[in-house]
Design a protein around this ligand. Structure first.
Ligand code: NAD
Length: 339
């Protein structure tokens, strides 16, 4: 039984597939088991660089499948679970909330409960030594609802989710919290802002802008494009997750944000201006920007106060939006131009 193992869920998705190579680099002696259902959002190509790594194992499976999880906990002596798996696209949650309730709420419960039984109730019980087995839950700032023109989300902001996606993530955060308060399980939750960077699914805002721009299509922007998000470069996020995984206090939550508030019009314009330089054509890409009917219940502004992780753990986003977006565009141009 491999003793020094970590279970990562949803590692074939955007953030998980950026995190796993980083994790393997930091821990040369740890076995990583990545369980992923390979929904439309998961792609093993995202992990091509570590597919043959000696410490990497892939299991195609659903976190809602309790028997499978129990088998994995029997096969490997996991010291941690790092939980990325989720249905993550707000628009899909508006059309079809069922899968969000199933994976994000029931799947998270299932995973927590199997981990608790293995770690705290079984023959390897570590109840008195909680620090050894950690459950790290990855969540979103969308659980806090929307902000007006001012203010920032802190870890003490009340939850007020507005979409089926954010409501399902809020529910999972509370279930995770309850396992600390009820059973003393070593859990930690990070709530992050909007990620961008390599390997994100085509459906999300930034890949959509780049893809539509270079294919000559209209670039759709919801409403009047004034909605604001706090943009976080995915590798900064991975480093923040890792610090919390290693040094965060059990039972605590940490907000991870880039301190990079930008509205959607600014994002579309910046990408178009960079594309004008990187892949020039006759007319500016900006001419393709088109405003479309707003998403129902569209939150106006999210912005994170990241002081807690900055002050307690010494993390700070290295990229500002302008440096991160350049790297991102270069990555997508390589992907889309060679298709
Ligand atoms: P993603 O949609 O790109 O990837 C999700 C992965 O989970 C996919 O590989 C998918 O196949 C897998 N998955 C889905 N259902 C599953 C199931 N039932 N069992 C096993 N695997 C399953 O998502 P992401 O952007 O990488 O997000 C990762 C986590 O971070 C999610 O929990 C999300 O809520 C959170 N988050 C993301 C962002 C962001 O900007 N991307 C922001 C805040 C929080």
């Amino acid at each position: 039984m491999p003793k020094n193992a970590v279970l990562i869920t949803g590692g074939a998705g955007f953030i998980g597939s950026n995190y796993i190579p980083y994790f393997l680099e930091q821990h040369q002696d740890t076995t990583v088991v990545n369980i992923d259902k390979l929904t439309y959002a998961g792609d093993q190509e995202n992990l091509a660089e570590i597919r043959n790594h000696k410490n990497y194992n892939f299991v195609e499976g659903d976190i809602c499948n309790r028997t499978l999880l129990e088998e994995l906990f029997e096969k490997y002596e996991f010291k941690a679970v790092i939980h990325f798996a989720a249905e993550s696209h707000v628009d899909n949650s508006i059309k079809n909330p069922d899968a969000f309730i199933q994976t994000n709420i029931f799947g998270t419960f299932n995973l927590l409960d199997v981990a608790k039984k293995a770690w705290m109730d079984g023959p390897n019980q570590v109840k008195e030594d909680c620090d050894t087995c950690r459950f790290h839950h990855i969540s979103t700032d969308e659980v806090y609802g929307t902000l007006g023109e001012t203010g920032l989300f802190t870890e003490n902001t009340s939850y007020a989710p507005n979409s089926p996606y954010s409501a399902s993530k809020a529910s999972s955060d509370f279930i995770v919290r309850s396992y600390f308060h009820t059973y003393g399980m070593n859990v930690v939750t990070t709530n992050c802002s909007n990620n961008y960077g390599p390997k994100q699914h085509d459906e999300k805002l930034i890949p959509t802008i780049i893809r539509k721009a270079i294919s000559g299509e209209n670039i759709p922007i919801y409403g009047d494009g004034t909605n604001i998000r706090d943009w976080l470069y995915v590798l900064d996020h991975c480093k923040g997750i890792h610090l919390v995984y290693q040094n965060g206090k059990a039972g605590e939550t940490y907000n991870i944000g880039g301190r990079n508030e930008r509205n959607n019009v600014y994002i579309a314009n910046t990408i178009c201006e960079l594309l004008d330089k990187l892949q020039p054509k006759e007319a500016s890409y900006k001419a393709q920007i088109t405003f479309v009917k707003d998403r129902p219940g569209h939150d106006f502004r999210y912005a994170i106060d990241a002081s807690k992780i900055e002050n307690e753990l010494g993390w700070k986003a290295a990229e500002n939006f302008e440096s991160g977006i350049l790297k991102t565009i270069e990555w997508y141009l390589e992907k889309y131009n060679t298709k």
